[in-house]
Design a protein around this ligand. Structure first.
Ligand code: ZN
Ligand code: ZN
Length: 410
């Protein structure tokens, strides 16, 4: 690898810990990722200690180990998840720690595995890690997710070129969209976050009753939760740290009203989920609930997903992303949600983020539900925006305001 690659990777590591996680001096940090990411993990460790970390704990996973488990494990093993471990991580975060996860595995790793086994394993994991995901969804700790290019992922994005060329091209896209190639990446992120905050401030001032998405195969009204808050890149966690949970990020997002989503919607990009790629998703909502769902590819996985629990057929997030976003401009299909959800407006089935409801931490569970917050073991984003999508804001009195035309902010 070239020296400029090494320099950019080190810059990405420092940016991830300093600006992404927003690590505070004296904080403990957990880094989670596949063993294939080790060269990057070591750079992250170096940055974290230089920034004053008290301890960096690395939790390595292994894709090959995952496949070994699916091929050889009995049903009890597939349906088991080490709850004691997730409890320990949740406890460490509640005690003031920070979390950094690295994504970039093979998007099609589990395509040959029986979907019922994948669904059982995913549900067991979500149940065992519920407390940990609550700590994260409720912004109790500072956290960040960043990418790392691997051969299997790169070949899916660039099937026409050699493996080494594909990896180099994917890294170029990662460095560009995470703003590592800017003169001063930290200043570039500051300016980008401020711009997104200007957008969310405008939407918060408007307090729309609902959003209406129209486009090919889509006519969807997404009611917004009572007291919904639009959020974007930067998050202030309960522990006082300011983090950017996703790098890259281009979205402004808020909480839909659980029971006020109606109409039909068609996905605009493939969705990589649980080791398989889904495509051509078409869903119909009635009073918030998915009443019809099909997919040209991965329909069985989709149907199993929405049957996970009572909240899996309802929305937990709606996000607006212009078609000209930095991720969209690369004109690539990434098969990785961290990227694809930042190239198009999207919705997420399942759990809602507490930060997107005003004063959420002071509300009882019943009050949260009453205002429209959804709960579920899942949170799966999928893309519904494109250059052919229009979005209107609808006020409580029914008057409408154009927000996006042909995928761009008005
Ligand atoms: Zn989102
Ligand atoms: Zn989401």
């Amino acid at each position: 690898m070239s020296s400029s690659f090494e320099a950019n990777l080190a810059k990405l590591a420092n940016l991830s810990v300093q600006t992404g996680v927003g690590l505070l001096p004296g904080q403990e940090l957990i880094i989670s990722g596949d063993i294939a990411f080790a060269p990057f993990v070591r750079l992250l460790q170096e940055s974290a200690y230089k920034l004053g970390a008290k301890n960096v704990f690395v939790q390595y996973s292994d894709e090959q180990g995952t496949l070994i488990r699916y091929r050889n494990g009995n049903p009890e093993a597939i349906g088991y998840s080490a709850g004691w471990f997730h409890e320990a991580v949740a406890g460490m975060l509640e005690g003031g720690g920070a979390y950094l996860s690295i994504t970039g595995g093979n998007p099609g790793l589990l395509k040959e595995v029986d979907p019922s086994l994948v669904a059982a394993s995913s549900k067991a994991h979500a149940q065992a890690a519920k407390k940990l995901s609550n700590v994260i969804m409720e912004a109790k700790a500072n956290w960040c997710g960043v990418p790392y290019a691997t051969p299997a992922w790169a070949k899916l994005v660039f099937p026409e070129v050699s493996e080494s060329e594909a990896i180099a091209k994917l890294w170029d896209a990662i460095f560009a969209t995470t703003r590592v190639t800017e003169e001063d990446p930290i200043a570039a992120w500051d300016a980008h976050c401020s711009e997104l905050e200007r957008r969310s401030a405008y939407l918060n001032e408007r307090q729309f009753h609902s959003l209406r998405f129209t486009g090919p195969g889509t006519d969807l009204t997404v009611g917004l939760a009572d007291g919904h808050l639009w959020c974007s890149a930067r998050l202030r966690a309960d522990n006082g740290a300011v983090c950017i949970p996703n790098m890259p990020t281009e979205e402004v997002f808020t909480m839909p009203h659980r029971n006020r989503v109606n109409g039909v919607v068609r996905s605009t990009k493939p969705l990589s989920m649980r080791g398989t790629v889904l495509d051509g998703i078409e869903v119909e909502f009635e009073n918030g609930k998915v009443v019809k769902a099909k997919a040209a590819k991965g329909e069985e996985q989709l149907l199993r997903l929405i049957d996970t629990d009572a909240g899996a057929r309802f929305l937990g997030e709606v996000a607006l992303v212009p078609n000209s976003s930095a991720v969209s401009q690369t004109n690539l299909m990434y098969f990785n949600t961290l990227f694809d959800e930042n190239a198009a407006s999207h919705i997420a089935l399942g759990q809602a983020y507490a930060e997107t409801l005003e004063g959420c931490s002071e509300l009882t569970d019943e009050e949260k539900r009453g205002q429209g917050m959804n709960e579920s073991l899942i949170h799966v984003d999928w893309m519904i925006g494109s250059g052919e999508t229009d979005v209107d804001g609808v006020a409580a009195d029914g008057t409408t305001e154009p927000l996006m035309r042909a995928g761009e902010w008005v």
